[in-house]
Write a new protein. Sequence first.
Length: 307
Amino acid sequence: MSQRKQTLFILSLVILWYSSNIGVLLLNKYLLSNYGFRFPIFLTMCHMSACAILSYVSIVFLKIVPLQTVKSRSQLAKIATLSTVFCGSVVGGNISLRYLPVSFNQAVGATTPFFTALFAYLMTFKREAWVTYATLVPVVAGVVIASEGEPGFHLYGFIMCISATAARAFKSVLQGILLSSEGERLNSMNLLLYMSPIAVLVLLPAALTMEPKVLEVSVSLGRQHKFLWLLLLINSTMAYSANLLNFLVTKHTSALTLQVLGNAKGAVAVVISILLFRNPVTFIGIAGYTMTVLGVAAYGEAKRRYR
């Protein structure tokens, strides 16, 4: 592949990655807050069902990546543990979208490096250079400032969002511990293939227990809004696409490029969400979020330099 074609290919991947990530985030917000579909657990189950089906098609039939098999019950138990934590993080994030603007949700989500460093230290005693820890100060301080300046602040939504962020970081550290041996390590697409069905089995009884009216209300909403089922299908497909494209972008770019693109993606999502949902923002809120993003960028650079 020529250099120009390679550049165009990577650019296309990045645009699709941004579109799927931001699209699923905004559509989650629209369904949960504006559309009257107030079932975050069931919505997450729809996402995981799509991931299970499309992962199987992509790997077994389309052979996007080679199929990696689970080699022991011990490995399966580890994957099930990761899947349960993953469910908690996604459900928590979706619940927070019911109560918080996307802009503030993204600001809180940007603190993932802080929790990753914290859990890495507590669980593996891994220490970073003092400069790396210093960069986490503006990450946390920015969210504190953004919280003070957020007109749409909701305590329960904030707790769910910070819990989801912590769970996401916990899952990444736990994954490094549980699947550390060469024989048990799975790439992200194969891990999703095995985690998704387990997640559906975890979420189905949770949805039926905690959201008992989900089927009744969904049928009623489907009659009122003829595009409800189409929106759920598109939303669930985009949830899988976001994972697939994240894998492909990681494969075809460097870790540094991915980090920069990831930071920029959050900022783009914030701008688009403000334009779409017209949620009020303040100078203090914007300043806090900017501080967090700059802190995350500095953290990534410090990690790269002081390995």
